[in-house]
Design a protein around this ligand. Structure first.
Ligand SMILES: Nc1nc2c(ncn2[C@H]2C[C@H](O)[C@@H](COP(=O)(O)OP(=O)(O)OP(=O)(O)O)O2)c(=O)[nH]1
Length: 388
C-alpha cells in the first residue's frame, strides 16, 4: 500500500536522473527523493548558506536569520503542510532546503549587481542560478558535474514561482539538458515549498525587523493580519507585558497561515479531482493556495514589509555598498583574471558569454564574508556603512 495520496509525487515513479546510477542498498535504504534531500544537505553550496544574507547584510547578531536558517524554517513549515495533505515529505523538504542555493552574497542587492554585470550576457537570477549550481557547479561525484538530482527535484526548483514562459539563460540551459516541462505547473510538493517560503519569511522578517529596531509593534499594527493576531494573543495572555508576547504573535501567525493554506488546498485538490501528479501538472492552476481573504492579507503584509523593512533607508545604504562590492569584484576579475583562485582562473573560457558567466559563477558562490574579504584584498580596508 502506498504511503502517499494519489496526487503526491511517488518516488517509485520518478522520471529518474540525467545520469543513470546503480540502485542498491550500498548507500542505505533510501528512495530517490530521500537521496536528493540528503545530497542537498551534504553539499558545499548548502553549507555556504550559513554566511549569506537573508535581509540583514552579513549580520553580526547571532540571532538574525541567514539563508541557511531561513531554509531550515521553510523546510519545517513545508513538511507540516506536506504531511497534512498526504504529499511526499522528502521531496518537499529537498525543495525547501535547496530553493535558495543560487543566491549570491548579499541577497537581493548582490543579485541586482550581478544582473547588471551580466546584462549583455543573459542576465542573472537566483532561481536560474540554483539550477546551474545543482546541475553543473557543485560537483562532488567522480563521473558527472552537479548533484545528479531527480527530474522531480529539478522540476520543482525550476518552477519555484510556477510555470515559466520565458526562461532566463541559466534555466534554459538546465531545461535543454533535461526538459522540465516548464510551461506546466509543478508538483504539489513544489507548490508547497513556494508558499512555505513566503510563510517563513513573512514571519521571521517581522521577528528580525523588531529585533533590529527597524520595525515597531505600533507600525505593524497597521497591517490587518497582524492587528487581528495581536488582539488574539493579548486576549489569551492578559496582563503579560507586550515584549513577552512578540514571539507568541509570530508563532501564532505562522499557525494561522499554515492552517488556512492546508484547508484551502485540501478543498482545491478535492474540487479539481486530481488523481495523479500528472493531473496536478495539467490542472492549469495552482492547487496549493491561501484562501482569497488570506491571500489579500498576506499581500498587504508584504507591501508593508517592502515599504518599511526591506526598503528602509538603513537597508538601502547597506545594499548600495554591497552592490559596489559585487560590481567591483566583477570588474576586477574581468580585467585581471589572474587574481582569481587557481581553480577558477585555469578554467576561465576565452570567449563571451561563457567568460563573464564563469566570473559570475565564482562571485555568486561567495558568502558575504568571503566577498568582503576578497574585495578588501583588491581595494584595501573597507569602511562599511551601518546595516552591514
Ligand atoms: N534587505 C532586503 N531584503 C529583501 C529585499 N527583497 C527581498 N528581501 C528579502 C525578504 C525575504 O526575506 C526574502 C525574499 O526573497 P527571496 O529571494 O527569498 O524570495 P523572492 O520571493 O524574492 O524570490 P523567490 O521566491 O526565491 O523566487 O528576501 C530587498 O530589497 N532588501
Amino acid at each position: 500500500m502506498t504511503r502517499f495520496a494519489p496526487w503526491a509525487a511517488n518516488p517509485e515513479r520518478s522520471k529518474g536522473r540525467l545520469h543513470e546510477e546503480q540502485s542498491g542498498s550500498a548507500r542505505g535504504p533510501r528512495d530517490p527523493f530521500q537521496r536528493d534531500r540528503d545530497r542537498i544537505i551534504h553539499s558545499i553550496s548548502f553549507r555556504r548558506l550559513r554566511h549569506k544574507t537573508q535581509v540583514f547584510l552579513s549580520p553580526d547578531g547571532d540571532h538574525f536569520r541567514v539563508r541557511l536558517t531561513h531554509s531550515l524554517e521553510v523546510a519545517q513549515i513545508g513538511r507540516t503542510i506536506a504531511r497534512a495533505l498526504g504529499l511526499n515529505e522528502d521531496l518537499t523538504e529537498a525543495l525547501c532546503l535547496a530553493h535558495d542555493i543560487g543566491h549570491p552574497p548579499f541577497g537581493h542587492a548582490g543579485e541586482e549587481a550581478l544582473k547588471a554585470c551580466l546584462s549583455a550576457h543573459g542576465g542573472f537570477d537566483h532561481n536560474g542560478h540554483t539550477l546551474r549550481v545543482l546541475t553543473l557547479l557543485d560537483s562532488p561525484y567522480p563521473r558527472w558535474a552537479g548533484l545528479n538530482l531527480t527530474w522531480e527535484t529539478l522540476e520543482g526548483l525550476a518552477k519555484h514561482n510556477g510555470p515559466v514562459a520565458f526562461p532566463g539563460w541559466a534555466l534554459a540551459a538546465a531545461d535543454a539538458q533535461l526538459p522540465l516541462a516548464l510551461e506546466q505547473w509543478p508538483s504539489l510538493e513544489a507548490q508547497v515549498a513556494a508558499l512555505a517560503d513566503d510563510i517563513a519569511y513573512d514571519n521571521h522578517d517581522i521577528d528580525d525587523g523588531l529585533r533590529a529596531g527597524l520595525l515597531t509593534l505600533d507600525q505593524l499594527l497597521a497591517v490587518p493580519l497582524v492587528a487581528r493576531g495581536w488582539a488574539a494573543v493579548q486576549a489569551r495572555f492578559p496582563g503579560i507585558p507586550p515584549s513577552r508576547l512578540l514571539g507568541e504573535l509570530v508563532r501564532s501567525q505562522i499557525g494561522v497561515m499554515v492552517n488556512d493554506l492546508i484547508a484551502e488546498s485540501r478543498a482545491a485538490i478535492g474540487a479539481a479531482g486530481v488523481g495523479s501528479v500528472d493531473e496536478v501538472r495539467a490542472a492549469g492552476e495552482p492547487l496549493i493556495r491561501f484562501s482569497p481573504a488570506m491571500r489579500e492579507e498576506e499581500r498587504a503584509l508584504k507591501r508593508f514589509m517592502y515599504a518599511n523593512l526591506y526598503h528602509h533607508s538603513n537597508q538601502r545604504v547597506a545594499a548600495e555598498a554591497a552592490q559596489g562590492i559585487v560590481a567591483g569584484l566583477f570588474a576586477n576579475y574581468s580585467d585581471d583574471p589572474l587574481s582569481m583562485p587557481e581553480e577558477w582562473r585555469t578554467t576561465l573560457p576565452d570567449a563571451e558569454p561563457e567568460r563573464s558567466r564563469h566570473i559570475a559563477d565564482f562571485i555568486a558562490g561567495m558568502t558575504d564574508r568571503y566577498a568582503i574579504r576578497r574585495y578588501g584584498d583588491i581595494a584595501g580596508p573597507l569602511c562599511l556603512p551601518e546595516g552591514f
